[in-house]
Design a protein around this ligand. Structure first.
Ligand code: GDP
Length: 427
């Protein structure tokens, strides 16, 4: 199984970082293909506890090559800071490479992200204000600047002059903000270019060549399917394709080369930011899950909205991505609850829906229809074999497999690597 993608199956924060960190032991290369420093993985391993925003979690394995693909947008300051943090913990970064085609987050992206979000008022999208949306807008608008451009200083200056002229007009005339100074931005980014030069490569070729050598490549998704720009709860989504298809365009990899797609699901639902979430719990059960599970964003620290498992969006996610198996995370968390609910369908204006509507206005009006299962009310984090789980926990997992129509290959029962039940070999 040379190329396997790990895809967030819900609204992000499913625990992809842990799954990648776990599987990275067995692979030669870990690659990121979308998102930017708005994504945040928390990885806890013998090297320490790390919040990774850009660098693939595979970096903790000495033999693994880590790649940030062309589909990622890069804030050079964040990337350099992460590199320094890793070096500070004696984690080697000599096997880290960044695509020469990856777009850069520029100072005007950061400014405009904040100004645009404020201008939206009560219709704010809940962006992380890290410039990701504006950077992708420029990519599509053909105004982007890519990492490779930093290595051609003359051409970079001319391009920056052209783009900055336009951005300054928006900053000053639309938002009455201060303009940015060309020379300052140029100097700063040339400096970043010098520091990043050793990492910048034609990573598409590197991935293709690794597969030709029959090496194992793990594709690390960011955010989740319900945040996908096409299939997510638009417009409360991120600016990229977070799904399996995005893995190919975000790397320069043929879809024919993908051998497996693992969908990572948290066994309940969380969401950060605005937008409808039919199974959200606004009562003490939601609060209990949030507190017990420390549900706060890895990037922003924002409290996450918590709710029951939503098998309607789950099934949609499993089918649209074509998951070959699923990884279920945080099963240990549900041990505090006496009984558990799973949303199996929605009720909307007298009709029963088994697929989520594409309109967020309609989704917001959907009433979840639940089935209730008994909880296990015990600590399952020391358990390592499926058959040793309490019957109620096994039944809960089996019901999710049935509803998602996909087998579970991995069940995670704690944040550490070893707190995992390998049901089948996903690689
Ligand atoms: P990601 O972006 O999808 O990797 O998710 P985050 O890193 O934002 O959130 C996942 C959090 O859950 C991290 O703090 C993980 O260490 C933690 N985690 C992952 N799997 C489990 C699990 O099975 N049980 C518990 N209790 N925590 C987990």
């Amino acid at each position: 199984m040379p190329a396997i993608a790990i895809i967030g199956a819900q609204w992000g924060d499913e625990g992809k970082g842990k799954i990648v960190d776990l599987l990275a032991e067995k692979v030669n290369m870990v690659v990121r293909f979308s998102g930017g420093s708005n994504a945040g993985h928390t990885v806890v391993n013998p090297c320490g506890e790390f919040r990774m925003h850009l660098i693939p979690s595979g970096i903790f394995h000495r033999e693994v090559t880590c790649i940030i693909g062309n589909g990622v947008v890069i804030d050079p300051a964040v990337l350099l800071e992460e590199i320094e943090e890793l070096k500070g913990h004696d984690v080697a970064v000599d096997r880290l490479f960044v695509s020469d085609r990856a777009h850069l987050i520029m100072p005007y992206h950061l400014l405009l992200d904040g100004l645009e979000e404020e201008a939206r008022g009560s219709g704010a999208l809940g962006t992380t204000r890290r410039g990701i949306g504006p950077a992708y807008m420029d990519k599509a608008g053909r105004l982007g600047i890519r990492t490779g451009d930093l290595l051609e200083k003359g051409a970079f200056l001319e391009r920056l002059r052209l783009v900055l002229d336009q951005k300054n007009r928006i900053l000053t005339r639309v938002y009455e903000a201060q303009p940015l100074v060309l020379e300052e931005v140029y100097e700063k980014y040339c400096h970043y270019g010098e520091l990043l030069a050793p990492f910048i490569r034609e990573t598409d070729l590197m991935v293709q060549e690794a597969l030709e050598r029959k090496e194992k490549v793990l594709l690390e998704g960011a955010q989740g399917t319900l945040l996908d720009v096409d299939f997510g709860t638009y417009p409360y989504v991120t600016s990229t394709s977070t799904m399996a298809g995005g893995a190919c365009s975000g790397l320069g990899l043929s879809p024919m080369k993908l051998d497996g797609i693992i969908g990572v699901f948290k066994v309940y639902t969380t969401r950060v930011g605005s937008g409808p979430m039919p199974t959200e719990l606004l009562d003490e059960t939601g609060e209990l899950i949030r507190e017990h599970a420390h549900e706060r964003g890895a990037t922003t620290g924002r409290p996450r909205r918590c709710g029951w498992f939503d098998a309607v969006v789950g099934r949609f996610s499993a089918r649209t991505n074509g998951f070959s198996s699923i990884a279920l995370t945080r099963l240990d968390i549900l041990g505090v609850l006496p009984s558990l609910k799973i949303c199996t369908a929605y009720r909307l204006e007298g009709k029963t829906l088994i697929n989520p509507p594409s309109s967020v206005a309609m989704l917001a009006r959907c009433e979840p229809l639940y089935e209730e299962l008994p909880g296990w009310q015990t600590d399952i984090s020391p358990i390592r074999r499926f058959k040793d789980l309490p019957r109620e926990a096994r039944n809960y997992v089996k019901r999710l497999e049935e509803l998602l129509d996909c087998p579970a290959s991995i069940i995670s029962v704690g944040e550490r690597r070893e707190q995992t039940i390998m049901v089948s070999e996903p690689l």
